[in-house]
Write a protein that binds this ligand. Sequence first.
Ligand code: ADP
Ligand code: MG
Length: 224
Amino acid sequence: AEQLVLRSEKLSVLGELAAGIAHEIRNPLTSLKGFTALLEEGETEPNKKTYISVIKSEIDRIEYTVNELMMLAKPKKAEMMPYKIEELVHSVCEFLKPEFTMKNVELSCNSHHPSAEVLCEGNQIKQVVMNVLKNAVEAMDRGGRIHISYLYEEKKMAIIVKDDGPGMSEEVLKKIDTPFFTTKQTGNGLGIPMCHNIMKLHHGEMKISSVLGAGTTVELVLPY
Ligand code: ADP
Ligand code: MG
């Protein structure tokens, strides 16, 4: 009997996943169909440029979702190499700087041990840091602060990202590990599950704590 319960639970999880994927791809597809039809109708359509840019961004959205799904399903076999971890985080910060500035978010960083090396798959860890930072920025619609710090112990280290955004309720916090759970209009809810997966592959972990109204802290722990 227990086996049957397990099996039906698995099937319902699968069903939810499938529904999530379908939804995530159908939305941009609907808009792609609409805008290509508009382009077809009017050769000299003055809004052509706008339509094309919408089409491009919808294609990007599908690509982004598919990439995260791939990372969730079967991340490429990790090619572990020693990376200067603080440099790696810094490069992600540089990449996101325009977005921070635009959204009035102040980023500060306590470099602690700049030459410390961590064995990891650089691009995957970058992706994790990127999602954590993006989540922080996306949570703050009136600007705010993000602080990055590092902690080193004998056998592990942590990248700590603290924001003073709106935080999360207990209810939201409980659901954030579920694929496709999102509170955003254009979120896909795959970021945190993907981060967990990547951290697990690195024998590390991601710990999230949050206080409603006060902010969120994400700790990325890696063997060191
Ligand atoms: P997405 O970013 O596409 O919504 P994620 O899995 O990255 O998916 O995040 C899931 C949800 O967790 C978000 O929709 C948001 O509600 C919540 N969340 C994550 N990080 C933060 C944060 N720093 N502050 C507030 N809420 C957050
Ligand atoms: Mg996200």
